[in-house]
Ligand binder design. Structure first.
Ligand code: SF4
Length: 345
C-alpha cells in the first residue's frame, strides 16, 4: 500500500490517520509482519491486524544449491506457485553481494521456448503486495543467516515485468520510497523480453532503474523462434527503445543473451551481435549458458562455443560478462522449480 492507501486502511479500522506512518515504518523499514511486535501501535489496531496473517503467500519449498543460491517456491493464496531466489555472493573487495530475484506474474504469457515459466502459460498477474511479499520471505532467509539486508534486486524471475506494469510500478515505488523500504533505484534491475512501448513508459517514470533486455538472438527470424512475441516487436525496435531508455535515464542497459547449443551460439551470431550493438551507448552483454529444461528439446552450449562467443564480442569492443552456471542443483533457471511442483501437485 502507498501512504494514502495505508491511511485509508487505518482510518477504516477506526484509527487516526497519523498511525499509518507508524505502520509503514514497521512494515517497510523494519519488515515486521507480526502485529504483536509493533509496540507503538494502539492495542486495538494490533488486535485487528492480528486477526489474519499480513502475508497472503507462504513458502512451500526452499532449495539450497550449496553455492550460495536458495530458491523459494511460494504458494499464492489462491493456489498458483511462484519462485524467488536469493543469491549470496562476494564482491571483489570482500563485501557481501546479496541479490533477490523476484517474480511479477504467476506463469508467463510470452512463451519463450527456452524457459520453464512460460510452459504452462500465464495464470495471473501478481498484485503489488504479492510482488513485495517475496522480500519478506527472502528477509526471513537473511535473518536466519545473520545477514542484514539485500544489496541488489533483479526483477528477472517468473513473468514479464512490463506486462504487469502498474503493479510492478507500485511495488517498486514502495521498495524505493523514503517512506517505504528505502531501497535505491540504482540497485534495482528490471529485466524485460523487450516491449518497446513499455520500455519508453518505464523511462518516463523518473526512476533510476537499470534495464536488462533479453535479446537471445541476432536476427528476427532466429529471435521469433525463441521468443514468439518478437514477431510483433522486432529486434531493431527493441534496441531503439533501449537506446531511448539510456538517453532518458542515463542508466546502463544490459543485453541478456542465453546461449543455446546449436541455436544461437555460433561465431556468426557473435559477429552479428557485435554489429547490432555497434554505436549503442555503454552497452553490456551478459552471456548466460543455458540450463537445459526437460522437454524443451534445447541443449546447453559447449564450453568452447561460450569462449569463442566471448572472444569475438570482446574483440569488437563490447563489454561482456559470462554468467556463472549457478544453481543447477536447485533448478535455478527461470520457472524450473515451479514447473516441477505444479506438475507434482
Ligand atoms: S524468459 Fe521471461 S518473458 Fe520469456 S517465458 Fe520466461 S519468464 Fe516469460
Amino acid at each position: 500500500m502507498t501512504p494514502d492507501q495505508l491511511r485509508d486502511a487505518v482510518v477504516a479500522l477506526g484509527q487516526k490517520p497519523f498511525v499509518a506512518k507508524q505502520l509503514a515504518q514497521w512494515l517497510y523499514e523494519k519488515r515486521e509482519t507480526d502485529p504483536g511486535k509493533m509496540s507503538n501501535l494502539p492495542a486495538a489496531l494490533r488486535e485487528k491486524l492480528a486477526a489474519q496473517p499480513l502475508l497472503t503467500s507462504r513458502v512451500i519449498e526452499a532449495d539450497d544449491s550449496g553455492e550460495g543460491t536458495t530458491k523459494l517456491a511460494i504458494r499464492l493464496h489462491d493456489g498458483p506457485i511462484i519462485e524467488c531466489v536469493l543469491m549470496r555472493e562476494e564482491n571483489e573487495d570482500g563485501s557481501a553481494r546479496l541479490t533477490a530475484c523476484i517474480s511479477t506474474q504467476a506463469g508467463c504469457a510470452m512463451g519463450c521456448t527456452f524457459c520453464a515459466s512460460g510452459m504452462l502459460g500465464l495464470k495471473r498477474n501478481l498484485t503489488a503486495g504479492e510482488i513485495l511479499e517475496q522480500f519478506y520471505h527472502i528477509d526471513a532467509l537473511l535473518k536466519k543467516d545473520g545477514l542484514s539486508w539485500l544489496t541488489n534486486v533483479v526483477v528477472m524471475g517468473m513473468g514479464e515485468p512490463l506486462h504487469n506494469f502498474d503493479n510492478l510500478m507500485q511495488a517498486l515505488t514502495i521498495l524505493n520510497a523514503d517512506w517505504g523500504f528505502k531501497f535505491g533505484a540504482r540497485r534495482i534491475t528490471v529485466s524485460t523480453v523487450g516491449l518497446p512501448d513499455k520500455i519508453r513508459e518505464l523511462a518516463k517514470q523518473g526512476m533510476q532503474f537499470n534495464l536488462a533486455i533479453s535479446l537471445h538472438a541476432t536476427s528476427d527470424k532466429q529471435r521469433t523462434k525463441l521468443i514468439p512475441t518478437n514477431v510483433a516487436t522486432g529486434l531493431a525496435n527493441i534496441i531503439e527503445a533501449a537506446a531511448d531508455y539510456f538517453s532518458e535515464t542515463k542508466r546502463e542497459v544490459t543485453f541478456e543473451y542465453t546461449l543455446v547449443g546449436g541455436e544461437n551460439d555460433s561465431a556468426a551470431d557473435a559477429r552479428r551481435l557485435a554489429e547490432l550493438l555497434r554505436g549503442f551507448p555503454r552497452a553490456n552483454v551478459n552471456l548466460i549458458p543455458m540450463n537445459p529444461v526437460e522437454g524443451s528439446g534445447l541443449i546447453a552450449p559447449t564450453t568452447q562455443a561460450v569462449e569463442e562467443f566471448t572472444r569475438i564480442l570482446k574483440q569488437a569492443g563490447v563489454n561482456v560478462h559470462v554468467r556463472k552456471k549457478r544453481g543447477r542443483a536447485v533448478q535455478a533457471a527461470c520457472g524450473q522449480l515451479r514447473l516441477r511442483l505444479e506438475q507434482q501437485f
